[in-house]
Design a protein around this ligand. Structure first.
Ligand code: GDP
Length: 140
């Protein structure tokens, strides 16, 4: 059975470009409730930890540098079938391939600077949510 929570970040490019409000409205309009949210900034060390699964990929260094280059918004979202529906809402990793009307089609500038993160499984949604919100009420 699919879960009802996912984890997202509005990435530094979208924050810098003034798209926080528009992107959060898209989340709400698509039926996602915000269960937890914070405006924060990742150190290079923390960004490296978050994306450790990509350590061997050629773009890892670039990704860590980008994700620690400015503030982000981290949030836990709730909706039926949250992970899959959210991945549909944000669109393909590369904005050039993202479907019309998706967040990345509208707001991403490149495959690296692609405006938003969305967890890719229920398990990762839990792990990533806990990475940012452990110790808060939502995680006990
Ligand atoms: P996602 O699940 O759609 O976010 O995509 P992936 O898990 O494949 O990659 C994680 C993140 O790494 C992406 O969202 C991008 O920010 C970044 N990324 C992926 N591919 C590339 C690439 O070819 N170049 C660069 N610079 N960044 C990339």
């Amino acid at each position: 059975m699919s879960g009802n929570r996912t984890f997202t970040m509005i990435k530094p490019d979208a924050v810098r470009n003034g798209h926080i409000g528009a992107i959060l409205k898209m989340f709400n309009d698509a039926g996602f409730n915000i269960l937890a949210m914070k405006f924060t900034k990742l150190s290079a060390e923390k960004a490296g930890e978050f994306y450790a699964v990509h350590k061997e990929r050629p773009f890892y260094g670039e990704l860590v540098e980008f994700m620690s280059s400015g503030p982000i918004v981290a949030a836990i979202l709730e909706k039926d079938n949250a992970v899959e529906d959210f991945r549909k809402l944000i669109g393909a990793t590369n904005p050039a391939e993202a479907a019309d009307g998706t967040v990345r089609k509208l707001y991403a500038t490149s495959i690296g600077e692609n405006a938003v993160h969305g967890a890719d499984s229920d398990e990762n949604a839990m792990i990533e949510g806990s990475f940012h919100f452990a110790g808060t009420e939502i995680f006990g």
